[in-house]
Design a binder for this molecule. Structure first.
Ligand code: G3H
Ligand code: 13P
Ligand code: ZN
Length: 349
C-alpha cells in the first residue's frame, strides 16, 4: 500500500487507546528490521529519518528503500516521517520527496542548538503547517526543549532545563494547528538520560498529564524514549564496549503516557545498542569472519527483537488491519474543508 498519513495512524491509535513507535532508520537493515517486526506483530508503524540519516544514506536511496518496504508489506500501514526538521526548507524537501509527515522542531533555532523564542517557534511551525496540510502531509511540532545532543542536534544540558509549560503548550497548539505535539518532560536523546532509575523529580510525567488534561484530543509525542535496557548495555560492554552506567525511560512510564494522550513514541538509541551489541559479539567470538552478512544479519535480528517488543508494549501490535488507508490527496481535502480538525479541543483549567 502507498505510504500512509501519520495523522491517520495517530487518530486511529487515539481511538484504540494505544501508542505507535516511531523508529529511526539510516540504512536497509534497519528498515528491514522494523518491517520484520511489524509483520510479525501485525503493527502499523512510523519510520523516521533525521537530517543526519538523510545525509548519511542520501535521500533517494533511503526513500526508495521505504517505498520498497511499503510495496513488500502491503498489509502494514507505514508513515514516513522527517525527524527533527530544523527549518521550513528541510521539511519542504522531505515533502517533495514523498514523506507523509514532518516534524518542524522550532524549539531550537535552525542551528539545531540554540533554544528559539516562542514567537519564532510558532512562526516557522505555522508556515510548515500551511505548506504541509495543503499537500495532505502531517506536522509534528515541539514546545519545550529536550536535553542532550545527538549528532550535533540539541541544546545540551539536562532534560530539566526547558520543561514544557502546559499553558504555552495550549497556546502553541492553537496558534500552529499542528497534528501532533512533542513535549519536553525531562528526557534527553541518546543513551545518557538519567543517572539512576528516574522518578518524578527528573521524569515529569505530572507535566505530561497536566498537558493532556488541557489538550485532551491532541496527539502527544514522547522523544528520547529509549529505555536503554541493562541487558543491551551489558552485551555491548561484555564484548569490549565502554558504556557508562545509565538509565533510560522505563516502559511502564511510557505506558502511563499512552494512557494520557501519548500516541507517538520515538525510539532510536535502543536499536543502536542492540545492533552494536550483536556486531561486537560476532567480532569478539569469531574474529576470523569478514563477510558483512555474518554480522549484519544478527544485528538486524537483534533490532527486530527490540522493535517487536516495543510494538507489543506500546499496544500497536495487532492493529495493522483495523482501517483502510486514506489517500494523501483525500487527507489534503480534509484539511482544506475543515473535516480534519487542526484546532485543538482545549479543556478549561
Ligand atoms: O533525534 C535523535 C535521533 O536519535 C536521531 O539521531 O540525528 O544522530 O540521526 P541522529
Ligand atoms: P532516543 O535517543 O531515546 O532513542 O530518542 C530518539 C528520538 O527522540 C528521535 O527523535
Ligand atoms: Zn527526538
Amino acid at each position: 500500500m502507498p505510504l500512509v498519513s501519520m495523522r491517520q495512524l495517530l487518530d486511529e491509535a487515539a481511538k484504540g487507546g494505544y501508542g505507535v513507535g516511531a523508529f529511526n532508520v539510516n540504512d536497509m537493515e534497519q528498515i528491514q528490521a522494523i518491517m520484520m517486526a511489524a509483520k510479525e506483530t501485525k503493527s502499523p508503524v512510523i519510520v523516521q529519518a533525521s537530517r543526519g540519516a538523510r545525509q548519511f544514506a542520501e535521500d533517494l536511496y533511503l526513500f526508495r528503500l521505504i517505498q520498497a518496504a511499503a510495496e513488500l508489506n502491503p498489509e502494514i500501514p507505514i508513515a514516513m516521517h522527517q525527524d527533527h526538521g530544523n527549518s521550513f526548507d528541510t521539511c519542504k524537501s522531505a515533502i517533495e520527496l514523498g514523506y507523509t509527515s514532518v516534524m518542524m522542531d522550532g524549539s531550537l533555532k535552525e542551528d539545531g542548538k540554540t533554544p528559539a523564542s516562542f514567537e519564532e517557534n510558532v512562526e516557522v511551525t505555522r508556515r510548515v503547517v500551511d505548506y504541509a496540510h495543503e499537500r495532505g502531509v502531517t506536522v509534528e511540532g515541539e514546545i519545550g526543549v529536550l536535553g542532550g545532543v545527538e549528532d550535533g542536534h540539541g541544546a545540551g544540558g539536562s532534560g530539566l532545563e526547558h520543561i514544557t509549560d502546559p499553558d504555552q503548550a495550549v497556546e502553541f497548539a492553537e496558534l500552529t494547528g499542528v497534528d501532533a505535539l512533542a513535549i519536553a518532560i525531562g528526557t534527553s536523546h541518546g543513551a545518557y538520560k538519567f543517572t539512576k532509575k528516574p522518578d518524578g523529580s527528573v521524569l515529569k510525567m505530572d507535566v505530561l498529564i497536566a498537558i493532556h488534561k488541557r489538550l485532551p484530543n491532541t496527539h502527544l509525542v514522547m522523544h528520547g524514549s529509549s529505555s536503554v535496557p541493562k541487558d543491551l548495555q551489558d552485551i555491548v560492554n561484555q564484548y569490549g564496549g565502554k558504556l557508562k552506567e545509565t538509565w533510560g525511560v522505563p516502559v511502564e512510564e511510557i505506558q502511563l503516557g499512552i494512557r494520557n494522550g501519548v500516541r507517538k513514541i520515538n525510539v532510536d538509541t535502543d536499536n543502536r545498542l542492540a545492533i552494536t551489541g550483536a556486531i561486537r559479539k560476532v567480532f569478539a567470538e569469531t574474529p576470523e569472519k569478514f563477510d558483512p552478512r555474518d554480522y549484519l544479519k544478527p544485528a538486524r535480528e537483534a533490532m527486530k527483537k527490540v522493535v517487536a517488543q516495543r510494538m507489543v508494549q506500546f499496544g500497536q501490535a495487532g492493529h495493522a488491519g483495523d482501517y483502510a488507508p486514506i489517500a494523501i490527496a483525500e487527507i489534503a481535502k480534509g484539511y482544506a474543508d475543515g473535516s480534519l480538525t487542526t484546532q485543538p479541543l482545549v479543556a478549561a483549567r
